[in-house]
Write a protein that binds this ligand. Sequence first.
Ligand SMILES: Nc1ncnc2c1ncn2[C@@H]1O[C@H](COP(=O)(O)OP(=O)(O)OP(=O)(O)O)[C@@H](O)[C@H]1O
Ligand SMILES: CC(C)(CO)[C@@H](O)C(=O)[O-]
Ligand code: BAL
Length: 278
Amino acid sequence: MEIFKTIAALQGHLQNPDRKKPVGLVPTMGALHSGHLTLIETAKAQTATVVCSIFVNPTQFTDTTDLDKYPRPIEADIEKLKQAKCDILFMPDVQEMYPQKEYWHLDIGEIEHRLEGRFRPGHYQGVMQIVYKLFIAVKPDFAFFGQKDFQQVKVVEKMVELKSLPVKLVMCPIIREADGLAMSSRNIHLSTEERKHALVLSYALHQLKKSYVKEASAELVKEAAEMISIEPQVQLEYLEIVNANNLDNDLSDDSKGVIALVAAKVGKTRLIDNMMLS
Ligand SMILES: Nc1ncnc2c1ncn2[C@@H]1O[C@H](COP(=O)(O)OP(=O)(O)OP(=O)(O)O)[C@@H](O)[C@H]1O
Ligand SMILES: CC(C)(CO)[C@@H](O)C(=O)[O-]
Ligand code: BAL
């Protein structure tokens, strides 16, 4: 695996005529787990050169403590990527990606402000800013994202459309621990007790999936939210059933599916999860 820390070195390498196309990009913030490795595996199956980026992007953090304590086990990450036979690792520092202070704003409408956007205002502008920079640096034919960050996929989709970027997005399924907890780099912050309480999130989503009928969705959300709220150390931020096409509460045209999304703090750790219901 080749490792690059600068855009110039990465581009020099990618422009080599021996470099096989298509190129697939897997953007991450590191602290890699099986969810990330599944993205790499999918990228390997669908493209000829796989670039994984590891960059803890400061502009998408709305909480400085969250940024400071974000796990950064870089040596272990490099080892995992080598074992997964990733072709290229791009791991720039903050100075490389943001050599100067710059303004970014792209109006993508309501989709930015719903759900995560309500609790992390400005988060998706930061995500779009860095994903745009990565797309310009790597020029991938395909980019791979996890369904765990479903709203992020929708946001990036909108950016790709508005900026007319020649990249195809591939969304990969959520990888879970054996007991149902969605894998997340932030799970390592959970104590043993909190880890048990966190299970209520995936359990509530499974219950919603089992009992989902469109007409009863408000009632079902209320019941599931109550179940989450009574779990010790779990503070629910949102639980919503929305149209998977536009994240709107209007389910009248549900031809692109319906999805339940949840976010909660478990102790001090903020977790998200979601599940398609139809
Ligand atoms: N459990 C998972 N299953 C599938 N994809 C995942 C999973 N967890 C993360 N991803 C995807 O990996 C990519 C990089 O995510 P990131 O590095 O932020 O990891 P994370 O585990 O989501 O971390 P965080 O704790 O910050 O949410 C994103 O596209 C994300 O959706
Ligand atoms: C896409 C991403 C790597 C941008 O920093 C990040 O939001 C993430 O890890 O999902
Ligand atoms: N996985 C999304 C990145 C973030 O939480 O900032």
